[in-house]
Write a protein that binds this ligand. Structure first.
Ligand code: DP6
Length: 357
């Protein structure tokens, strides 16, 4: 038990409370892939917090007539009751209850929606767990006032117990999660903002090309498990930590030429892990490769600092500084859009994290 996040106070006479928070998705540059139970990452990761792809969550806490020590909640997503969302939320509550034991005195109604299409293949667990955690911590802060710093740390701490990458969705512009020797305040338990990010990266763009909008072929939980007994696991965890060590000074200096190979290697190595696990998977689609080759050819010809990353699926995240947004946008429309399912893409950029809405 992390004593620092034990709930301080129980309220003798509970009253109703309602709150609404939104949290963004994030895109990792150094990937978290492999964890120990319950939610301890096997290497440190860093991500851009996004601005437009957000989950908005409203939570109502209604005091129970009689406290029964059992957690009781309802969940609606985009106006529809979602029984299939319950197991994941139940597991989340099971994990966080030791840190918010007062929750059993209430019935909790959760209503949530995304600003991006649910069936886009974009992982929504990061934004949804961070938004829910923000609501829960806001409620706790009403019962037992806490500093802003503690509120943000506890939100990241609880969000991580729901989904590892959710720990990185609480603040911006870039968040580090996982203990790392060169990041002084880093922790396996919560994420913290990376210091001294060069302005070129605080204004970065991320266009998400929807290559395959279907259900994820490999869930993250299965994916992380595939790293147990993986023949290259130890080398991969070392590589990710070394990549982070090398990337941090680049993020400070704004050196785009050095940024690109690290970020693209990370994306390809994440997929290499999946191709070499047992069982093995290829999560890229033919159009993923087409897009990557077009990005490489365009970069060579135009000399513009455009690059890509991938998450655990076929979609491609195109990364570029805002200063070249016009040229890149023309390139995407003319050369990449035809590789997207139903010509769909999402324009996003670096953002700031959770907020009340
Ligand atoms: C490939 O955070 O979705 O996106 O902790 O099991 O919920 P759980 O996994 P999750 O894994 C994210 C994997 C990734 C890389 C990353 O975001 O760092």
């Amino acid at each position: 038990m992390e004593q620092r996040f034990a709930a301080q106070n129980l309220q003798a006479h509970p009253t109703a409370f309602q709150t609404r928070w939104q949290a963004p998705s994030n895109i990792a540059l150094i990937k978290y892939w492999g964890k120990k139970s319950p939610q301890t990452p096997l290497n440190a990761s860093i991500s851009f917090t996004l601005a437009n792809a957000v989950t908005q969550t409203q939570v109502r806490f209604s005091p129970k007539e009689e406290e029964d020590q059992k957690l009781s909640f309802s969940i609606q997503f985009e106006g529809v009751v979602k029984p299939d969302f319950r197991p994941k939320i139940q597991r989340f509550f099971d994990h966080i209850l030791p840190y918010q034991p007062f929750l059993t005195a209430y019935h909790i109604d959760i209503e949530s929606k995304n600003t991006f299409p649910h069936s886009s293949g974009i992982a929504s667990s990061a934004s949804s767990m961070a938004a829910l955690a923000a609501c829960l911590v806001d409620f706790e802060a009403q019962l037992a006032p806490m500093s802003e710093e503690h509120r943000l740390l506890k939100t990241s701490f609880l969000a991580r117990l729901g989904s590892g990458s959710a720990s990185r969705s609480t603040q911006g512009p870039m968040m580090v999660w996982g203990k790392h020797p060169v990041v002084s305040n880093s922790s396996d338990h919560w994420a913290t903002p990376a210091d001294n990010i060069h302005p070129i990266f605080t204004d970065f763009c991320n266009t998400i090309l929807l290559i395959d909008k279907g259900q994820k072929q490999v869930s993250s939980s299965l994916g992380h498990k595939l790293m147990h007994n993986h023949p290259y696991a130890e080398q991969r965890f070392d590589q990710a930590n070394n990549h982070l060590r090398d990337l941090l000074p680049i993020l400070e200096s704004g050196d785009l030429e050095a940024f690109i190979p690290i970020v693209e290697k990370e994306a390809l190595h994440l997929h290499a892990m999946m191709m070499t696990s047992d069982p093995y998977f290829i999560l890229m689609k033919p159009n993923t490769l087409q897009v990557i080759e077009h990005i490489w050819a365009f970069r060579k010809d135009s000399k513009l600092p455009i690059s890509f990353t991938l998450d655990a699926g076929a979609n491609v995240h195109v990364l570029y500084p805002n200063s070249v947004a016009k040229e890149v946008s023309n390139f995407i429309d003319n050369q990449l859009l035809s590789f997207c399912e139903q010509r769909q893409l999402l324009h996003d950029r670096v953002g700031t994290g959770i907020k009340k809405y």
